[in-house]
Design a binder for this molecule. Structure first.
Ligand SMILES: [Cu+2]
Length: 252
């Protein structure tokens, strides 16, 4: 072989080396990115059993612009249940069974509104790295201050009519949110790794749809009543009922 004929071989070998180096650098993907929605559904109701703790009226006298917006007394939102025991404001989510799948956050933000010096909604859930838009629809200033354990803590002053945006990068169920100006303001933001979560409505109902078929642990989380879990297997194109019960904890 002449030196001339060796050049292309050397060049090719160098290219292969560079390519394989790149591949090694990138490493094996830590997770399988899920892009296809599944066809399984878990649907049910979270019920509260036991004596409901008494809701207490909130005292907004410290800021007349807040109090003025509520002709009737506003009750605390700690435990909100309907006549059938359907429990509102419960975060229901897949706690186990999705393996190492990873999910991109939705491009749309979730919106938390400060209105009547309350958080609307009182409980919300979002995905890691999804945008959280915080609006102030009140004629008074608020200072939103989430108090996370696994995420970066921040607090922001919001003059009337303003909005701000933030994200949480790590799963956490759930982050308490308070206002540094109005001590009665309290909310919760749950952050999840995947899109399989819901917050129960007025009747305690929830719907986890577009799941891949599998065996899942479904968990219900409530700010005062703690957690409840259930394991369930669901197939493709199948809908299964999951009903969860929460009881007052000792001392609640
Ligand atoms: Cu406030």
């Amino acid at each position: 072989m002449t030196t001339k004929s060796l050049i292309p071989i050397v060049a090719l070998t160098a290219m292969i080396c560079i390519c394989s180096l790149k591949a090694v650098k990138a490493g094996p993907s830590p997770s399988v990115r899920n892009t296809t929605a599944g066809t399984a559904t878990l649907r049910g109701v979270v019920k509260f059993v036991g004596a409901a703790p008494k809701s207490t009226p909130l005292n907004m006298a410290a800021d007349p612009s807040c109090a003025k917006q509520h002709p009737a007394p506003v009750l605390s939102q700690d435990v909100v249940a309907d006549a059938n025991g359907g429990l509102q404001n419960v975060i229901v989510f897949v706690a186990d069974g999705l393996g190492n799948q990873a999910f991109d956050p939705p491009s749309q933000p979730v919106v938390l509104t400060q209105k009547g010096c309350m958080y609307q909604p009182h409980v919300l859930a979002m995905q890691e790295n999804q945008r959280l838009e915080v609006k102030n629809d009140d004629p008074t200033s608020h200072n939103i201050h989430p108090v996370p354990v696994n995420n970066r803590e921040w607090n922001k002053s919001e003059p009337p009519g303003s909005r701000t945006e933030e994200t949480f990068t790590r799963a956490e169920i759930a982050i308490p949110v308070k206002c540094n100006i109005h001590p009665w303001m309290r909310g919760y933001v749950a952050v999840l790794k995947h899109p399989y979560f819901a917050v129960t409505g007025k009747d305690g109902s929830f719907d986890l749809s577009s799941l891949p078929p599998g065996t899942y642990t479904v968990e219900a989380w409530h700010e005062k009543l703690g957690t409840s879990t259930q394991k369930i297997t669901v197939g493709a194109n199948e809908t299964k009922a999951v009903n969860l019960v929460l009881k007052p904890r000792s001392g609640t």
